[in-house]
Design a protein around this ligand. Structure first.
Ligand code: ASP
Length: 441
C-alpha cells in the first residue's frame, strides 16, 4: 500500500507542528512519501514564509533592502532546527542564498520556502530529501510534463524505497528554470506525486477537519462531510467551499486515486474522503452540502416567438464571448432566457454588452438584475429523491425569501437558486435547517 501524505503550511509552521507530523507518519508505515508546503502561520496574524518571500521579491524589484526581511525568514527556520536539534546547517545555507538573492529569479526565491522546510522535515523524519527541481518537470507554458515527471518520480522511489520528502509548489523546466504552481500549489505536487507513484490514497493534511456541509460562519455547527464525490466537490468548491487547491484534483481523479482530507491537529478525526463514486453502504444523506457566492448579474432577454427561431441564444452568447465574459448559468424560458455572469467580470462592460445585444439579438426587452447571490444545493442523491425542489421552495417561501432564479445542473447533482445578496445568509440557513429536519424524520 502506498500513501502520499501532503502537509500544508500550518501543519509545518513550527517545531510543535513538526512533532505532530512525525507522529502521524510513524503511526502508519504506508505513509512513506511526504510532500510539504513552506512553513505557514503559527497564529492568526503571523506570516506565511511564502508571503514573506514574495515580499522580499517586491523589495528587490523596488531596490529596497531585503536583508532584514530575509533574516526574519531565516530565524523561523533556525528556530525549528534548534528546537528539534537538527544538524542541517540551515543558517549557513540560508545565508548563502540571501547573499546572492538579487541575482536569482523571483520563482526561485519563492520556492526556497518549501525547499528549506523540506530539508528540515526530511532530517526530522529520518527520510531522504528529494528536490522538486529534479523531479517535478514543467513544460514551458507552466503545465506539468507528466511523462518526464513520472519517470523521475519512479527513479527517485527506486533509489529511496523507504520513502522521501519532496517539497511542494515548485519544479523545473528541462532547461533548469524553476517554475511555481499557483498559490496553494503544494496540493498539486502531492496529487502529481500520488499519480506518478500510483498511490492507493492521497492524504492531504491540513488545519480543518475536512469539508463541512455548510459554511460554519453562516450555519451553526454544520455536519462534517465524510464522503464526497469529485463532481460534488467541484460544485461546492466552485461555489465557495474551498479546502483544496482546485487543480490538485485532476491528476488523482484521472487515476482513480481517492483524496483524504485530514486534520493535523486532530489526526483521529475521520476527515473527508473524496472519490469518483460514493460507496453503496454509506449513510445516505439527501444533500451533501450547501455553498454559495454573492455578486452575480443576470441579463434577461425577452423575445417573442424565440422558440421558433434558431440561433437566438447563440447570438447572445457570442456577444459575451466577444467581451471575454464567462457564463455561469443560462436559465431559459419559452420566449425568454437569462444569462448569469459574475458581476466583477462585467463591471466595466455592461453598457457596451447591452448595446451589442440590442443590435445583434433584436430582443423585445432586456433587463439587468444585479446583487444576486447563487446558492448551490449539492447532493448525488438529489436525482433519486423527488421533493427536493419542493422543500427548497417551501422553506424559502415560508421565510419570505424571494427566489430570483432556479436551475438544476444537467447531471442533477445540484440545484441552484438565486436570491438577493441581502437574503444570502438567511436563505442558506433555512435551506440547511430544512434538509437537516427532513433527515431526522
Ligand atoms: N507555499 C505556497 C503558498 O503559500 C504553496 C502551498 O502552501 O501549497 O501558496
Amino acid at each position: 500500500m502506498i500513501k502520499v501524505a501532503k502537509f500544508g503550511g500550518s501543519s509545518v509552521a513550527s517545531a510543535e507542528q513538526f512533532r505532530k507530523v512525525k507522529s502521524i507518519i510513524q503511526a502508519d508505515p504506508d505513509r512513506r512519501f511526504v510532500v510539504v508546503s513552506a512553513a505557514g502561520k503559527r497564529f492568526s496574524d503571523d506570516n506565511k514564509i511564502t508571503d514573506l518571500l514574495l515580499l522580499a521579491n517586491a523589495h528587490i524589484q523596488y531596490h529596497v533592502d531585503s536583508q532584514p526581511l530575509l533574516s526574519q525568514i531565516e530565524q523561523r527556520f533556525v528556530e525549528v532546527a534548534k528546537s528539534l536539534d537538527l544538524k542541517y546547517p540551515v543558517a549557513e545555507k540560508f545565508e548563502e542564498f540571501s547573499s546572492v538573492v538579487t541575482s536569482l529569479s523571483p520563482e526561485y526565491i519563492v520556492s526556497r520556502g518549501e525547499f528549506f522546510t523540506g530539508q528540515l522535515m526530511a532530517e526530522y523524519l529520518g527520510l531522504p530529501f528529494v528536490d522538486a527541481s529534479d523531479t517535478i518537470v514543467f513544460h514551458h507554458d507552466g503545465t506539468v510534463d507528466f511523462e518526464r515527471t513520472a519517470i523521475r518520480v519512479k527513479e527517485a522511489a527506486q533509489r529511496n524505497p523507504r520513502g522521501f520528502v519532496l517539497p511542494g509548489f515548485y519544479g523545473c523546466t528541462v532547461d533548469g528554470t524553476v517554475k511555481l504552481f499557483q498559490r496553494g500549489g503544494g496540493d498539486i505536487t502531492g496529487a502529481v506525486l500520488a499519480r506518478c507513484l500510483e498511490a492507493n490514497v492521497y492524504e492531504n493534511w491540513t488545519d480543518v477537519p475536512g469539508f463541512l456541509s455548510a459554511d460554519p460562519h453562516i450555519v451553526d455547527m454544520p455536519r462534517a462531510i465524510h464522503r464526497i464525490t469529485f463532481d460534488e466537490m467541484r460544485e461546492l468548491s466552485y461555489m465557495g467551499a474551498t479546502v483544496l487547491q482546485e487543480d490538485s484534483i485532476f491528476p488523482v481523479r484521472e487515476a482513480n486515486i481517492p483524496i483524504q482530507i485530514k486534520d493535523t491537529n486532530s489526526p483521529d478525526r475521520k476527515g473527508t474522503t473524496i472519490r469518483e463514486t460514493a460507496e453503496e453502504r454509506e449513510v445516505e444523506h439527501l444533500i451533501t452540502g450547501i455553498a454559495g457566492r454573492k455578486d452575480f448579474t443576470a441579463v434577461h432577454i425577452q423575445k417573442t416567438h424565440m422558440s421558433d427561431k434558431v440561433g437566438v441564444v447563440r447570438s447572445a452568447l457570442s456577444v459575451f464571448e466577444r467581451y471575454g465574459v464567462s457564463i455561469e448559468h443560462l436559465p431559459t424560458g419559452v420566449d425568454s432566457f437569462g444569462i448569469v455572469v459574475n458581476s466583477a467580470d462585467v463591471k466595466d462592460k455592461i453598457y457596451p454588452i447591452i448595446t451589442d445585444l440590442r443590435r445583434e439579438v433584436a430582443p423585445d426587452d432586456i433587463t439587468v438584475t444585479d446583487k444576486l447571490a447563487l446558492i448551490s444545493i449539492v447532493g448525488r442523491n438529489l436525482r433519486r429523491r423527488p421533493g427536493s425542489s419542493g422543500l427548497i421552495f417551501g422553506v424559502l417561501g415560508k421565510a419570505g425569501i424571494n427566489i430570483r432564479l432556479i436551475t438544476q445542473s444537467s447531471q442533477e447533482i445540484s440545484i441552484i437558486v438565486g436570491v438577493d445578496n441581502d437574503d444570502f445568509e438567511r436563505a442558506i440557513r433555512v435551506m440547511y435547517d430544512g434538509f437537516a429536519a427532513h433527515e431526522k424524520v
